[in-house]
Design a binder for this molecule. Structure first.
Ligand code: SAM
Length: 161
């Protein structure tokens, strides 16, 4: 598969999984948390999918498209290893967390996901959903089926136990 095909499939899988996540949290009260603003693509999509929910965003350094910059009071600016433990107001209040903080380095992505996992899970409300490209298996997260057409392992959806 060419790198272009792989890139397209990754984004299609991401969009499909965010759509499925939206269905899964339909009956779950809570805010949305975007972990990794980047250029703001998925943040913008989440704004469309969740027009009535507060969306908080973690980002080390904002460099997003100007239309996709979150309001200052919804931005957790800085390294997530610092900002997530400080964001006590989010504990147990997140209905959907979307983790998209990786780079092209697969091993580093796995390390980052493993390091941040214990900081992300307590923010999820019971029944809350975590959507992530990196696996974050564990007893407190129940894997959910992926949407049709998304290859196993390409993305991950979990419900907090
Ligand atoms: C792949 S990009 C996000 C792409 C974005 N979701 C989009 O669709 O445009 C990953 C982002 O995560 C941020 N990031 C990575 N590690 C971080 C950390 N430890 N704390 C805060 N931000 C981090 C990077 O600065 C980068 O902007």
């Amino acid at each position: 598969m060419s790198r272009l095909d792989s890139f397209i499939r990754r984004l299609e899988a991401q969009r499909a999984c965010l759509g499925r996540a939206a269905e899964l949290v339909r009956g779950v009260d809570g805010v949305v948390l975007e972990l990794g603003l980047g250029n703001g693509r998925t943040y913008d999509h989440l704004r469309e999918v969740f027009p009535d929910r507060e969306i908080y965003v973690c980002e080390r350094q904002v460099a997003a498209h100007p239309d996709c910059i979150p309001p200052a009071d919804r931005l957790l600016l800085g390294d997530m290893f610092d900002t997530l433990p400080a964001a006590r107001f989010l504990t147990g209040r997140v209905a959907l967390a979307h983790f998209d903080a990786g780079t092209g380095d697969a091993a580093a992505n796995l390390d980052l996901a493993a390091g941040l996992r214990p900081l992300i899970v307590p923010l999820l409300c019971p029944g809350g959903i975590l959507a992530t490209q990196q696996a974050m298996d564990g007893a407190d997260l129940i894997p959910m089926p992926l949407p049709e057409g998304v290859a196993e392992g390409r993305y991950h959806l979990y419900r907090r136990a």
